[in-house]
Design a protein around this ligand. Structure first.
Ligand code: URA
Length: 235
């Protein structure tokens, strides 16, 4: 791919703008040699205004999504893209969230510009286990684990029962729930179905990939090993 197109696709500007950046000598190699639009050079050797070029297509990252931020490309309130470098919103292929978390849900949110990977993760048949921690408005009754595990729980306005889900009680109003589907507001609706209410919800893992110590509101690029962890069997 021509350097102009490569750099424009990374969101640095239109081809016209990037062509002007070449003319101004702002695009160089790592030794400061000015590059030209037709040069052939490894991605990691390219500098724009002395800064390394943004990562190439094939980007996968995880964010510690804060509450009160929306998983959308447009919203009057703060959106998850506001927490990433601004020009990443202009990348082609586009960087998308892998599924969504509610505005009020925090925790592990994946992004990728790799459509095939995105579909491998969210495809129902992939049955990737997502683990959440919920803080509840009312004490657990004691029968929720059996109900969630039954494979017969029907949520309001749904046609098919939920697949079995696992519940670990962490405290009277605190539980960890593992689900392998991604239905609309699933965890919140599961607790409504057992007469409770979720006050706070946080996703801790997707497949074998854990959020770990990524601080609230921050993100990191995933390595191929991290990506493989998403598909690892969870005990
Ligand atoms: N279940 C929910 O209710 N909300 C989320 O954001 C994710 C799972």
């Amino acid at each position: 791919m021509k350097l102009v197109k490569l750099i424009a696709n990374l969101g640095y500007g239109s081809r016209k703008v990037v062509t002007a950046m070449f003319r101004e000598g702002r695009i160089t190699d790592m030794d400061g040699e000015v590059l030209y639009a037709d040069d052939k050079i490894d991605h990691e050797r390219i500098r724009v205004d002395d800064e390394p070029l943004d990562p190439p297509a094939g980007l996968v990252l995880m964010m510690h999504k804060p509450v009160n931020v929306t998983c959308s490309t447009k919203d009057s309130a703060r959106i998850v893209y506001d927490l990433l470098p601004q020009r990443w919103r202009l990348r082609d292929p586009a960087l998308s969230t892998v599924g969504r978390l509610d505005r009020e849900t925090s925790g592990l949110l994946l992004f990728t510009d790799d459509g095939a990977l995105l579909h491998r993760i969210i495809a129902p048949r992939a049955k990737i286990v997502k683990v959440y921690e919920a803080t509840l408005a009312n004490d657990l009754r004691g029968d929720e684990g059996a109900i969630f595990a039954s494979g017969t729980l029907m949520l309001e306005s749904e046609q098919t029962p939920l697949a079995p889900a696992a519940l670990d009680v962490l405290g009277p109003r605190h539980a960890r729930i593992a689900i392998s589907e991604g239905r609309y507001h699933q965890i919140r609706r599961m607790f409504v179905a057992v007469g409770n209410h979720v006050n706070a919800l946080h996703r801790v893992s997707v497949g074998g990939l854990e959020l770990g110590d990524v601080p609230d509101g921050e993100w990191r690029i995933l390595t191929p090993d991290d990506v493989a962890r998403i598909f690892a069997r969870v005990p």
